[in-house]
Ligand binder design. Structure first.
Ligand SMILES: [Fe+2]
Length: 214
């Protein structure tokens, strides 16, 4: 045993706020899903069981009056995260918000969101198998040669540290609303939840206090 101190520098915040989502899954099933013309299959997977996005180039809170109060709750939670947790002075606005439905066997590859400062997802239909994974942005190098000396993720760390994990899995339940910096890559492997349903959103600041002045 070596006496030591490890300092976890520059941790990235993923913030969870539980938001009232009563009736939203039912609204999706009865109104949004039947409007097939506004859906598209996720282009990142090419997998046999599709992940279907609904309105993912739009803002469902603007399209459906029935979702306006829900959107206001999401925006309030996002501004708490941005201003109180992350210490920004500016206010956020929702640039787009869309539904995602995935049946058993589907998946979503790791990806991040462009043209966005903060992104988030609220879970609307989950079970004990539902989760989201985040990929560490540190030490990544997609272009050059890699040193192939990976740490052993199966051997428990004797101090309980988790610095050696590149992917973190977070279980989600209905109403769990997660917010994270938009550059953080996220996704999930084989889905075991029947008709896994979520609603995702992107935010940009209403003003910029650096570089761009408005
Ligand atoms: Fe995403």
């Amino acid at each position: 045993m070596m006496k030591h101190q490890t300092i976890p520098l520059f941790a990235l915040p993923v913030t969870r706020i539980d938001v009232d989502c009563d009736g939203i899954a039912e609204f999706f099933d009865s109104v949004v899903k039947p409007s097939k013309g506004r859906s598209n299959t996720d282009g990142t997977t090419g997998y046999a069981t599709p992940l279907i996005h609904y309105h993912n180039d739009q803002n469902v809170f603007d399209i459906y009056d029935e979702l306006k109060d829900f959107g206001d709750r999401i925006l309030e939670a996002s501004n708490f995260v941005y201003r109180n947790v992350m210490n920004h002075d500016t206010e956020l606005r929702i640039t787009n918000a869309w539904f995602n439905e995935c049946d058993v066997g589907g998946r979503q590859y790791m990806h991040n969101h462009c043209n966005s400062a903060i992104s988030g997802t609220i879970y609307l239909r989950t079970d004990q198998h539902s989760y989201l994974q985040f990929h560490s942005p540190y030490g990544m190098n997609d272009f050059g040669n890699l040193l192939l000396d990976e740490p052993n993720t199966k051997r428990p760390n004797q101090f309980g540290y988790s610095h050696h994990f590149k992917i973190v899995t977070y279980k989600v339940e209905d109403g769990a609303c997660l917010f994270w910096p938009s550059h953080l890559r996220h996704g999930y492997t084989e889905n075991l939840t029947p008709q896994r349903l979520s609603l995702s959103f992107n935010f940009l600041p209403t003003t910029f206090n650096c570089v761009y002045k408005s």
